[in-house]
Design a protein around this ligand. Structure first.
Ligand code: G6P
Ligand code: MG
Length: 220
């Protein structure tokens, strides 16, 4: 059984995945093309520059490194504008109750995101107190699907990957969890998150009993 629950941030703990999508959509619109929701799913969990590369490829746009830096910054400015007014109301359904239950049961909790904007969001939404450790994009080299962010969380809590279960809304995040040797519960649409060991709509649908019964589809 598990001793640690590791949570992705955007789209799992706070409702910020939609702002990332809106910011990319705005940038794409300015570059002359429409961003599809399907592409939006591929961008989830991916670092800022890697995501930009996917967006540019989708729009058949070539850019040099300098232009890419500028475009990534422009996207981030849109994103920062979207999140400038967020507060506790962006914390997703079931999060606070489930996280409190875990800690009452003496299980450890970690937040593991590749976002470099995590500290702003954590501060505005007041979620810091829910976690024993927090790993963000400033502490790691490789974004998901690389397992680094999850392995770092396990290392900080001094547990083996097998003791951890990850909660993810991103296809890249599920791959990262499996590559880390961890089980993964998908949060969202089961057809999009088909690689997850188990899928729920939101954290209102989980409790300690369900957690114990999560089946394994095996490693990647
Ligand atoms: C999270 C989000 C991604 C985002 C990435 C980098 O993983 O799911 O959509 O691209 O963080 O975020 P940042 O805030 O550093 O641009
Ligand atoms: Mg996410």
């Amino acid at each position: 059984s598990f001793s640690v629950c590791i949570f992705d941030m955007d789209g799992v703990i706070v409702d910020t995945a939609r702002y990332h999508f809106l910011a990319w959509k705005k940038l794409a619109g300015e570059l002359g093309f429409e961003l599809s929701p399907e592409l939006g799913e591929q961008l989830k969990g991916i670092g800022r520059l890697e995501a930009l590369n996917i967006v540019l490829k989708f729009g058949s746009i070539k850019a040099n490194e300098k232009d890419k830096q500028k475009l990534a910054k422009r996207k981030n400015n849109y994103y920062l504008e979207f999140i400038s007014k967020i507060d506790e109301s962006e914390v997703l359904p079931g999060v606070i109750t489930f996280l409190k239950t875990l800690r009452e049961a003496k299980l450890k909790t970690a937040l593991a995101t590749v976002s470099k904007n995590a500290s702003v969001i954590i501060e505005k939404t007041g979620i810091e107190k829910l976690f024993d450790v927090i790993v963000d994009g400033n502490m790691i080299k490789n974004g998901k699907p690389d397992p680094e962010v999850f392995l770092k969380a396990a290392e900080m809590l001094e547990v083996s990957p097998q003791e951890c279960i990850v909660f993810e809304d991103a296809v890249a995040g599920i791959e990262a969890a499996h590559r880390a040797g961890m089980k993964c519960i998908g949060i969202g649409n089961p057809s999009v998150l088909s690689k997850a060991d188990f899928v729920i709509r939101n954290l209102k649908e989980i409790n300690l009993g369900v957690l114990e019964k999560v089946p394994s589809k095996g490693a990647f």
